[in-house]
Design a protein around this ligand. Structure first.
Ligand code: NDP
Length: 483
């Protein structure tokens, strides 16, 4: 498959190049082979993208919601038709197994385009009766939006930001992570093919400073970032200086609480999905697995046996269900945390280091006897490292689950429905699951509380973060004045 794009950027409806930008190389994580050589955006490219998005703004906002929606839905169909090619590209850019990318990446991007394409025509204000007078609200786009993505779900993140923004009549400049530059370029091409006017969705490549330049520009009305908490703090502060709207989808250290009465196999499945999918590089992962003492021995037995049955190898082989890390940097971070876990006295149940395949492959790793103050239980690892912590009572588990600066997600496994709802009501987290984990359908709002973020992506909730209301009071009666 030809993985080299025509050009590094996509601006004003066409591929755009400026070879003066710093080289930006994409590697296939499974082999280290170079798959694309691009250039970071120069200040001239950043300006070109912002001015294309600014110029396209009025025309796009003036179109009806149904016209905008039709284009998004057409793009969803094209994405579905090309799912296999897009999935192979995503696998080569990220190293995630094709078994995953075939169902989770372009496919969820298409769901998102379809969802916001379908509701675009129904986005309205409201009529407010006030006796003889009345008021109404007009739902307006915010204007020029900037999207900045992380490297774990490059295509999905681009769609999660572009689709609601465009449905509401905004334009966007999107900057992918420099580690995974390819998926967003494909989205831009597909949107053009579906009929999107030039300049409505633009992609510029680059490192953090390109993102920072976009965020600082006075023409930008809104910034949506998916990234780590430290980057989120910087981007939020820069956006605040310009009083811009923000959506922040940041990191987590989410709890998954398994009670004694849980369905054992389901709880083990959820712990596997919530720690080892995408080699653990998922923000909402339930990396602190609190297991009640009665079920703990059988939980660990099944977890060890099933984890050791993972098929690790070539991500392009559809039988593979566990691939390499995305980069050397991320592999080394995960290895350092594993070493820290051993050093601080956690018990290694399985895994514990580099996989025999070498390169960026790690073993899926489970630690038991983890305590709350250990580094592996407090910091986001973003790798295949699960911490299992024992607990006795519901009250204790909840207090410990909430004792973190993060608040992205949380899950509970129990057959006691009253307890399940009581526990999720007490979780300090934006996205919760009962008797399942990590499912994020487009119909359900997704996002975090506390340090994990601001705002919500997906569902109707995203509309409030990509539009603003103008209130209009209409006087129907004579105007009274005191003098
Ligand atoms: P980073 O925070 O390092 O980077 C995120 C994006 O921000 C990248 O495109 C990066 O560019 C860019 N960036 C970096 N510095 C700045 C700056 N000063 N101004 C503007 N943009 C900047 O995250 P990673 O890419 O390493 O992704 C991993 C993190 O993302 C994890 O912590 C994870 O939890 C979080 N995440 C959150 C999700 C959520 O929905 N809550 C989903 C997925 C991931 P560059 O990479 O080129 O430096």
């Amino acid at each position: 498959m030809d993985t080299q794009p025509t050009a590094s950027h996509y601006i004003g409806g066409r591929p755009t190049e400026d070879t003066a930008g710093a080289p930006l190389v994409s590697f296939y994580p499974a082999t280290g082979a170079e798959i694309a050589r691009l250039h970071a955006a120069t200040p001239a490219v950043v300006e070109q993208a912002l001015s294309a998005a600014e110029t396209a703004r009025a025309g796009w906002a003036a179109m009806t919601g149904s016209e905008r929606g039709r284009i998004l839905r057409r793009a969803a169909e094209i994405m579905r038709d090309r799912n296999r090619d897009l999935s192979i590209l995503e696998t080569m850019d990220t190293g995630k197994p094709l078994q995953e990318t075939l169902v989770a990446d372009a496919a969820s991007g298409a769901d998102c385009l379809e969802y916001f394409g379908a509701i675009a025509a129904g986005l309205t204000g409201e009529h407010i009766p006030l006796g003889a007078d009345f008021a109404y609200t007009i739902r307006e786009p915010l204007g020029l939006c900037v999207g900045i993505g992380a490297w774990n779900y490059p295509t999905q993140i681009a769609c999660w930001k572009a689709a609601p923004a465009l449905a509401c009549g905004n334009t966007m400049v999107f900057k992918p992570s420099e580690v995974t530059p390819l998926g967003a370029l494909k989205l831009a091409e597909i949107l053009t093919e579906a009929g999107l006017p030039a300049g409505v969705f633009n992609v510029v490549q680059g490192f953090g400073e390109v993102g920072a330049a976009l965020v600082a520009d006075p023409r930008v009305a809104k910034v949506s970032l998916t990234g780590s908490v430290p980057t989120g703090r910087k981007v939020y502060a820069a956006a605040a200086a310009g009083m811009k709207n923000v959506t922040m989808e940041l990191g987590g250290k989410s709890p998954l609480i398994v009670f004694d009465d849980a369905n054992l196999e389901d709880a083990v499945s959820a712990a596997i999905n919530g720690n080892f999918y995408s080699s653990g590089q998922v923000c909402s992962n339930g990396t602190r697995v609190f297991v009640q003492k009665g079920i703990l021995p059988s939980f660990l037995d099944r977890l060890k046996a099933r984890t050791e049955a993972a098929t690790i190898g070539d991500p392009l082989d559809e039988a593979t269900n566990f691939g390499p890390m995305v980069s050397e940097a991320q592999r080394d971070i995960a290895l350092a945390y594993i070493a820290k876990g051993v050093e601080e006295g956690a018990r290694l149940v399985t895994g514990g280091g580099a996989h025999a395949l070498g390169g960026l492959f790690l073993e899926p790793t489970v630690f038991a006897e983890v305590t709350d103050e250990m580094t592996i239980a407090r910091e986001e690892i973003f790798g295949p490292v699960m911490s299992v912590l024992a607990f006795e009572t519901e009250e204790e588990a909840l207090a410990r689950a909430n004792a973190t600066e993060f608040g992205l997600a949380a899950g509970v496994f129990t057959r006691d429905l009253a307890r399940a709802h009581r526990v999720v009501a007490a979780f300090e987290a934006g996205t919760c699951w009962i008797n399942t984990y990590n499912l994020t359908p487009i119909e359900m709002p997704f996002g975090g509380v506390k340090a994990s973020g601001v705002g919500r992506e997906n569902a109707h909730a995203a509309i409030d973060h990509y539009s603003q209301l103008k209130s209009v009071y209409v006087g129907m009666t004579p105007v009274e004045a005191p003098f």
